[in-house]
Each structure stands twice: as structure tokens, then as C-alpha cells.
Design a protein around this ligand. Structure first.
Ligand code: NI
Length: 227
């Protein structure tokens, strides 16, 4: 699964986030990486509790809340506290790695299993060179570089990297989701069914068939969801 969800943030929210980051207190990103990742990581992150990080997190969580595609794709049970990072200058890449399977949320100490990895792009892609997120999936390496305010979701099990930023600065938010449906295969099936139902309703309106299929969707979710 690799899913692009546009417009999680409005242009005004993106601009607000960018202004908050203009003189934010950046730290070495290696502090939050596991030992394998630390060896290949060279970027900067905001302290999770600074003002800019807190405000951007609020914008992002609000954006996720109002987005039905995000909910359908992720079926979130827990969302790890989103963090903000920066690639540019001498701290400009993150080599191939797999994210740690379990993260401890900084506020609550709550464990989050990283079923899904997420990146929200915060910089205009024309403002920097390099900085693509490259995710190895079953179809080979997928290059992702999205407009500001757009989100990508990919399987937490994937090897991935951020290629060196050779001009400008790449700002992004990153976080993980523990899904109610742990299996990628089951989650994908539910998402496909939900999206097909949405299109069916748009084209033909409500019918006994859409009611029956919606029932099947919910009964599958009931069977597979761990709440
Ligand atoms: Ni990663």
C-alpha cells in the first residue's frame, strides 16, 4: 500500500506552518532513531513539545480528523504524536531503513505499533531539489515528492529513505499509526470496498445493493477490528 491523500492542510494552514518553522529550535534528528537507523540518518527535528511543533501537530490532527479517505485507509486506533523534520544544508538525507516496530508516545508513554508510516509534506516541491521519499514496495522503489499539505501513507514494514536535498529545504511532518486492522491485506480489502461503494453511491444513489454491501463492509470490519 502506498496512498497519496491530497489537501490534508489548506493552503492557509500550510503557510501558517511554514511561518512557525522560520526560526524554530531544530535538533539533531539522530536522537529519536534506533541503532541501525541512526547510522544512516542525517536530518533535523523539532523537540516534540516546542511551540511550533505543538501548533503544527494541532493543525495536522485536525486535518486528519476531517478527511474520510484517511480514516478509511488507516482505520486508526492510535496515532503517534506527529513530529516535524527538516532536510537541508549539511543535514540533508536519511538512508535506507525500516522504522522501529513499536514507538513510545512522548507525552503518554503509550506504546504504538507502527502499522502505517505517514509523511505530510510542508515545503513547495519547486523550492528544493532532491528530498524524495523512496519506498520499496512490491512493485519496486516508489519515489514520492508531494505538494505542501499532501500526505503519503505506506506500510510500516517497508524499507525507505529520503534522498539528499541538494538545494533549498524540505520540511515535513512524520508519524505512525497503529491500525484497528493489523493485516495490510485486510485493510486494503476494506479500503477498496469502501471506495467502490462511495463511487457506486455517487453514480447510482442508494439501493438495496449498496445497503447490502455496506452491511458486508461493516461486518468484515467487525470481524477484523481490534478496538
Ligand atoms: Ni523512517
Amino acid at each position: 500500500m502506498l496512498l497519496h491523500i491530497p489537501d490534508i492542510l489548506t493552503p492557509a494552514e500550510v503557510q501558517h506552518a511554514q511561518s512557525l518553522l522560520a526560526d524554530a529550535p531544530w535538533l539533531d534528528g539522530r536522537a529519536s532513531a534506533g541503532s541501525q537507523a541512526r547510522a544512516v540518518k542525517n536530518n533535523e527535528q523539532l523537540p516534540h513539545d516546542c511551540d511550533a511543533a505543538t501548533q503544527i501537530r494541532t493543525l495536522l490532527l485536525r486535518g486528519l480528523d476531517r478527511n474520510p479517505t484517511f480514516f478509511s485507509a488507516a482505520l486508526p486506533k492510535k496515532v503517534f504524536t506527529p513530529r516535524v523534520n527538516r532536510y537541508g544544508g549539511d543535514s540533508n538525507f536519511y538512508g535506507n531503513h525500516v522504522d522501529n516496530a513499536v514507538r513510545f508516545a512522548p507525552d503518554s508513554g503509550q506504546r504504538v505499533r507502527t502499522d502505517i508510516s505517514c509523511t505530510l509534506f510542508l515545503s513547495d516541491p519547486a523550492s528544493y531539489d532532491g528530498g524524495a521519499l523512496v519506498v520499496q514496495d512490491s512493485a519496486g522503489p516508489q519515489q514520492v515528492k508531494l505538494p505542501a499539505g499532501h500526505l503519503v501513507l505506506y506500510a510500516g514494514t517497508s524499507v525507505h529513505q529520503v534522498t539528499p536535498v541538494t538545494r533549498g529545504v524540505r520540511l515535513a511532518c512524520f508519524f505512525w499509526i497503529e491500525s484497528m486492522v493489523r493485516s495490510q491485506e485486510q485493510r486494503q480489502l476494506l479500503f477498496n470496498l469502501d471506495m467502490a461503494l462511495l463511487r457506486l453511491r455517487q453514480q447510482h444513489g442508494e439501493s438495496d445493493e449498496t445497503t447490502a454491501l455496506t452491511g458486508s463492509y461493516h461486518n468484515l470490519l467487525r470481524m477484523w477490528a481490534d478496538t
